[in-house]
Write a protein that binds this ligand. Structure first.
Ligand code: MSK
Length: 674
């Protein structure tokens, strides 16, 4: 618990006492309040959510409404002007959320594919294919011939194959075949295999327009189809193309929290989601001419920092420090040390443009799709990437001498180890020649690791921001649950100092600690940005193929949790995990809470059909208990050894020989770790 919070006598989830569970963030918020600086925390307090829209009971899909379907017997009696019952309205709203989230990830992925195509055609000289091995692996999955062919030709065919996922009218998405066979069979049985990403999004909008699909089950099935187009389409394509272009992540050491900014250097923040421009900025910022130019302006150097998911991308590949997740973006500016912040798409608060006027910070929008009044617009074009990156870095340098307004300066920063791509997770379990998921499966089967939780999604000013992530992270690892984290879930853990191997020694249960010590990993593995939730699908598939647990993704002792979600993208992610066979727990109020029928479909009916589900549970303690319950039930159904706390590890007085042999075997398997 944070020192200051301890003094206040509260815990990291006490909204009455704190706005952010991160001590540095909380200090800046307090300083900002003293300066009358408005932030999302203050706006969240002022603006209470509309109780009708919050639970999905408001329909505004036509101009006879908006219709508010409320009342004591709303489920049975309430109807819109067209006669739509509550369950239809709630399901329609939910499907639109999935469609919006899918569109966001998949449009991002499209831009990555177009960049790959431009590189392969020699239309841009600024990028190269950094991971040829990954290109070949992807080519093999896609059925693209690669042996003996020029790399760029293979890259072109891979890009064109991916573009089919945005255009084919019949058939199946390319990557559907990557899922375990049994998982695919469930999707085919229920008719939810996506054809192409854009088609599923367009159809979602069509189905939910006035007078089309009125059956909640049918609407929600299309929601799952759309979500699968996100997970096994947009997200997975984005992850793979980004790895091909910029390299597949391996663990790197970096730092996190608002204290990453330096008083004597030019501070430039990359914020948003698409990594192409950020990669170029990383390159340009280390050019000797740029550093000399920064020195000529009185700075000692150029300090790059990240925010939100762009941060995760450059953190994993270059060790660029992160200032944190979604709710830290205004606070970063309020340190007074940010000379420029460049933003592209998604999760960018428009408020930063206004706030920046109180400081010297330049806000630079770079996407043709995302402009903010009051910001400087420098449009990114992959054909002139380096030139644009230089323009941005220069602008930040030129602004350094203007740094006059004193901000809420903080120094806290924590070490993080990030960059656990699925390829690396496999490699670390056996080295180059014996890479596999066997040790992880064995550790779960033995009960050394109780199960796996994907801790993902946003941080949110409606709860003590990052507090629920932090509570769950600590409690889960105490209970021998291995965590794979993404997006702002990773940022929440990183800015709390949780992404280090030492965390295993201090907090993990004895079984998990043994495994972490044997491999030398943190108990919370940072696997990437929001789109990299696809890496978790790949990990789950590899575990199913490895054997000994479930032979499909469904039924694994694994749970997804998005405790502080706020974005429609988080909903799309949750839905693709549910369709793939993972129970997912969301924090906060349920956006389908108005309809018992819709809630029943998303829990009981989806569970029966896909072994996955989506629950909404505002109480963090209950979220934890639900997750552990799911894991233990899955263990029982798989007839695995019953999990016993303290059975393994140094806390156990007697360690049987079988357990010792098992530990030796894991340690040996990892001896090739590079
Ligand atoms: S950035 S979608 S606040 S995770 Fe990917 Fe973070 Fe949520 Fe945005």
């Amino acid at each position: 618990m944070d020192k200051k919070l301890m003094k206040k006598g509260g815990n990291i989830m006490d909204k009455k006492l704190i706005k952010s569970a991160n001590e540095a963030a909380e200090r800046i918020i307090e300083w900002g309040e003293s300066q009358r600086l408005e932030t999302c925390f203050e706006r969240a307090e002022r603006l209470k959510p509309c109780p009708i829209g919050l639970t999905g009971a408001c329909c505004k899909h036509c101009h006879m409404g908006p219709c508010r379907l409320v009342g004591p017997n709303a489920e049975e009696e309430a109807k819109g002007v067209c006669g739509a019952p509550l369950s239809t309205v709630v399901a329609r709203n939910f499907l639109r959320m999935i469609a919006a989230g899918t569109a966001a990830h998949s449009d991002h992925a499209r831009d990555m594919v177009l960049t790959l195509l431009a590189v392969s055609l020699g239309e841009t000289k600024d990028f190269e294919i950094k991971d040829v091995r990954k290109l070949y692996r992807v080519a093999e999955i896609l059925g693209v011939e690669f042996e003996g062919r020029p790399v760029k030709e293979v890259a072109r065919d891979v890009a064109l194959k991916f573009l089919e996922d945005y255009s084919r009218q019949k058939g199946e998405l390319n990557y559907i075949k990557r899922a375990p066979k049994k998982t695919q069979e469930r999707w085919r049985k229920w008719g939810i295999v996506p054809r192409n990403i854009d088609r599923e999004v367009a159809e979602a909008m069509h189905r939910t327009s006035v007078g089309v699909d009125h059956d909640p089950d049918s609407l929600l099935l299309h929601g799952l189809r759309t979500a699968l187009a996100d997970g096994w389409g947009g997200c997975m394509i984005s992850t793979d193309v980004t790895d091909i272009l910029f390299g597949t992540p391996r663990p790197v050491k970096a730092e996190a929290s608002l204290g990453i900014f330096k008083e004597d250097e030019v501070n430039l923040v990359v914020h948003g989601h698409e990594p192409s421009l950020a990669e170029m900025i990383v390159d340009v910022a280390s050019e000797p001419e740029m550093i000399a130019y920064a020195r000529s302006k009185g700075a000692k150097g150029i300090n790059l920092g990240g925010m939100c998911c762009t941060a995760n991308e450059v953190l994993m590949r270059h060790g660029i420090p992160t200032a944190g997740g979604f709710t830290n973006q205004e606070l970063g500016i309020m340190t007074g040390l940010v000379d420029a912040i460049t933003v592209d798409v998604q999760c960018i608060m428009p408020a930063i443009a206004e706030l920046s006027k109180r400081f010297h910070t330049k806000v630079i929008t770079t996407s043709e799709k995302a402009k903010i009044p009051g910001a400087i617009h420098i449009e990114y074009d992959e054909h002139r990437a380096k030139e644009i990156a230089r323009q941005i870095v220069k602008l930040a340098i030129d602004n350094f001498p203007n740094r006059k307004t004193k901000g809420g300066y903080v120094t806290d920063r924590y070490p993080v180890i990030a960059g656990f791509s699925h390829e690396y997770i496999e490699y670390m379990q056996g080295g180059r020649w014996r890479a596999s998921f066997r040790p992880l499966n064995d550790a779960i089967m033995a009960g050394r690791i109780r199960g796996v939780v994907g801790l993902a999604g946003c941080d949110n000013p409606r709860v003590p921001s990052t507090g629920v992530h932090r509570f769950l992270a600590i409690e889960l690892i105490k209970n021998d649950v291995l965590i794979v984290s993404t997006g702002c879930g990773s940022a929440a853990c990183g800015t709390a100092g949780y992404l280090t191997p030492e965390m295993a020694l201090e907090h993990a249960g004895p079984g998990l600690r043994e495994v972490c010590e044997a491999i030398g990993i943190p108990p919370i593995l940072h696997v990437g940005a929001c789109v990299d939730n696809s890496r978790i699908l790949t990990i789950a598939t590899a575990m199913a193929h490895e054997g000994g647990l479930s032979d499909e993704i469904g039924g694994m002792p694994a749970v997804g949790i998005a405790p502080e979600w706020m974005s429609e993208k988080a909903i799309a992610i949750g839905a693709y995990f549910a369709a793939s066979g993972v129970p997912v727990i969301f924090g906060g109020e349920s956006p389908v809470g108005a309809s018992k029928e819709v809630t029943r479909i998303m829990t009981e009916v989806w569970w029966e059909r896909f072994k996955g589900s989506m629950y909404f549970e505002p109480d963090p303690e209950r979220m934890l208990q639900l997750a552990l319950q799911y894991i233990d039930n899955a263990r029982a159904a798989l007839k695995l050894r019953k999990y016993e706390p303290g059975r393994f590890g140094t806390e156990r007085v007697l360690m049987d020989m079988a357990a010792r042999r098992e530990l030796d075997r894991i340690a040996k398997a990892h001896s090739g770790l590079g």
